[in-house]
Design a protein around this ligand. Structure first.
Ligand SMILES: C[S@@+](CC[C@H](N)C(=O)[O-])C[C@H]1O[C@@H](n2cnc3c(N)ncnc32)[C@H](O)[C@@H]1O
Length: 284
């Protein structure tokens, strides 16, 4: 049996009963509502996993996830694409540095910031470095959250590959990172080997915590929320709800900073102004 599901405004998707039941069971077990992710994309990704695990359908796949923690870890990994890098889209971070932070820091000594969907830590450490550069010797609060607990463990270590740090100049690299042993030899080095670790003085400024943007309550009074390259996997309805929640989580005058393909078209309806593309400000 299959049911047509209205997902995105444009998308219709034929859903089988075993897949519907799989989603309900995952929600009950993990709190992750797969219906809030773009359906065709998610279904395609999961079918790849079924094939890899050599199981015939979603019922058998769920049973496998229940008895094999390694398979469950692979499932979570596939669900949460973790691609990132330090100062990702550097020109946007420059805009933040030059046009958004100065006003904010003039109004308030210590900022409260949130990297939502922080993956392995490149984004919150970028924030920590930037704040150290523009407003050192202050006590900013930097929260970093992600759905994926495995990736948070990696984030806390603060280790990065050469590819991760490619947007940093030599002076910034030297000031904020320690080269790792593997980083010194070029012979066997690949882009996936960690080559640098963030210095502990910067690492200790970030607090990491597990948090599901589609289910968990939000803290409030943030001066800056970065949520970049996360909502691309969510349905339009889930995104709309999330942006309202972000608005409420910001302090008056606070700014939401989104990814390069994630422009919010209905920002005025929510109450935001947009001082620059991809930056949305709650009215003061
Ligand atoms: C592509 S990474 C983006 C990392 C970083 N923000 C950046 O722009 O480089 C997307 C991250 O979103 C996380 N994610 C996906 N769904 C989420 C949810 N419902 N709640 C919180 N994080 C989620 C994934 O685990 C993943 O680490």
């Amino acid at each position: 049996m299959s049911v047509a599901v209205e997902t995105n405004r444009q998308e219709r998707f034929q859903e089988t009963a075993d897949y519907a039941q799989f989603k309900a069971r995952i929600l009950a077990r993990t709190g992750i509502d797969l219906n809030l992710y773009k359906q065709q994309q998610m279904h395609r990704r999961l079918l790849g996993l079924l094939e890899r695990a050599r199981v015939p359908d979603f019922t058998a796949y769920y049973q496998l996830l229940e008895r094999d923690p390694r398979e469950y870890a692979i499932f979570l990994d596939r669900l949460t694409i973790n691609v990132s890098e330090l100062f990702r889209n550097p020109e946007k971070w420059e805009e933040l540095r030059r046009h958004i932070l100065p006003g904010m820091l003039a109004r308030k000594r210590n900022l409260k910031v949130w990297s939502a969907g922080c993956s392995y830590g490149a984004e919150p450490y970028t924030l920590a470095i930037l704040l150290d550069q523009v407003a050192p010797n202050r006590s900013h609060v930097i929260h970093a959250t992600d759905l994926d607990r495995n990736i948070l463990a990696k984030a806390k270590e603060g280790k990065f590959t050469r590819a991760d740090v490619k947007n940093l100049d030599a002076a910034t690299l030297e000031r904020y990172f320690v080269p790792l042993e593997t980083g010194r030899s070029t012979a066997s080095l690949t882009d996936v080997a960690p080559a640098y670790q963030i210095k502990s003085e910067i690492r200790d400024r970030v607090t990491f915590r597990a948090h599901n943007l589609l289910a968990d309550p939000f803290e409030s009074d943030y001066d800056l929320i970065c949520c970049r390259n996360v909502v691309i996997y969510f349905t339009d309805a889930a995104k709309e709800k999330l942006y309202v929640q972000f608005y409420r989580a910001l302090a008056p005058g606070g700014v939401l900073f989104v990814g390069g393909t994630e422009r919010i078209f209905q920002y005025q309806e929510i109450g935001f102004t947009s001082p620059l593309p991809f930056f949305y400000q709650r009215k003061a």
